[in-house]
Design a protein around this ligand. Structure first.
Ligand code: ATP
Length: 348
């Protein structure tokens, strides 16, 4: 019997191609996995009354507790609640963890300051982490048309979810050796909701006196992320701000093709790239699989397969450093398959 049984959700658009690539790399690293492949997304929605997340997908993740997931597209302005949001809420995966780190040989639009060294520019690569609240905030999906032409969306912030996510961020910073946590909010405008989140951040900071805590308004954070990203350390923030800041952070390290992510809860963890289904390049075999491969590395650490995780990480860095292969989003000409083969060769 395989050592790990893991749910695989290939998803939409470039999902199946980047999932194939991640599977090939995990197999080459010798990790013993039995994949339980389940379908979710636009194509299956037609067979399930419009719902892109059939119950069988949730059952599989509940049973296996770990999943690797490709992106699932969300149509704008109509239909069911996003499959991604449904999955996170149903499995109570409250933390969305997104480490944003430069890869060797991939240029960034500026020169970052070394981690935790107070911010003077010069030297070093980008190294920050975004911890995004995953279950509430602006993502409740509660919206109304009050009268034609007047609409309303309801944002929910609770002390329970805010405390849980802030505590997670402080514990993660401590475990991973980051010197500070930046609590990002807009409490000057949303005094009650973001005010509560900020209070929960302050309380978490008091429980972790060894860490520095910085309070930052989200717009200032956007500017600081471009000017001096490594000052931020571990960012903890509400759902929508985390979504937007993640794409900004991805832009600093070469784009969405690179940044991995994990949705973590008490009973399940789902590993997925920050990027979406990228319909513009789907099916052409040119998508960069790095983000999902790095998500798979996070999954291996979660499964305590640290040795295989480090080997894949080294192989990936080796391919980037030597420029053996590079996909189009980063200025190269390699196909997804050529890039994957290069990593598999580096592993050997
Ligand atoms: P979603 O709404 O599903 O989050 P999105 O609108 O944010 O999606 P993405 O699907 O993430 O958009 O893609 C944004 C852009 O980044 C697209 O032009 C796409 O081609 C590019 N992109 C995203 N992921 C990759 C990848 N893995 N490799 C190459 N290019 C990518």
């Amino acid at each position: 019997m395989a050592k790990h049984t893991i749910t695989l959700i290939p998803g939409d658009g470039i999902g199946p191609e980047v999932c194939d690539s991640a599977r090939a790399v995990l197999a080459a690293a010798g990790v013993d996995i039995a994949w339980e492949v389940v379908e979710a997304g636009a194509d299956v929605a037609e067979k399930h009354g419009g719902n892109p997340l059939p119950a069988s997908v949730l059952d599989s993740v509940r049973r296996n507790k770990v999943a690797l997931k490709g992106p699932i597209g969300t149509p704008i302005g109509k239909g069911f609640k996003s499959a991604n949001v449904q999955l996170r809420q149903a499995l109570q995966m409250f933390a969305n963890l997104r480490p944003v780190k430069s890869l060797p040989g991939v240029s960034t639009p500026f020169t970052a300051a070394p981690v935790g060294k107070g911010g003077a520019p010069g030297g070093g690569a980008v190294d920050l982490v975004i911890v995004r609240e995953n279950t509430e905030g602006m993502y409740t999906g509660i919206e109304h048309t009050i009268i034609p032409g007047v609409t309303q969306a309801i944002k929910v912030v609770t002390a329970e979810a805010s405390t849980r996510i802030c505590e997670f961020a402080f514990e993660y910073a401590e475990k991973m050796g980051y010197p500070r946590v930046t609590v990002v909010h807009k409490a000057n405008i949303m005094k009650i909701t973001d005010g509560l989140f900020l209070e929960c951040g302050r309380a978490a900071a008091r429980r972790h006196p060894r860490l520095e805590m910085v309070e930052m308004i989200v717009d200032a954070c956007a500017m600081n992320m471009v000017r001096n990203p490594n000052r931020l350390g571990v960012i903890v923030t509400l759902n929508l701000y985390g979504d937007i800041l993640s794409d900004l952070a991805a832009g600093l390290v070469g784009g969405l093709g690179i940044v991995p992510g994990a949705n973590i809860g008490k009973d399940a963890a789902v590993f997925e790239a920050v990027h979406g289904s990228a319909p513009d390049i789907a099916g052409r075999g040119v998508a960069n699989p790095t983000a999902l491969i790095q998500s798979a590395v996070m999954m291996l650490d979660h499964l305590e397969e640290h040795e295989a995780a480090r080997r894949i990480e080294r192989a990936l860095r080796d391919v980037y450093e030597k420029g053996t292969a590079r996909t189009g989003d980063l200025g190269g000409k390699s196909t997804n398959k050529e890039f994957t083969d290069a990593i598999v060769a580096a592993l050997a």
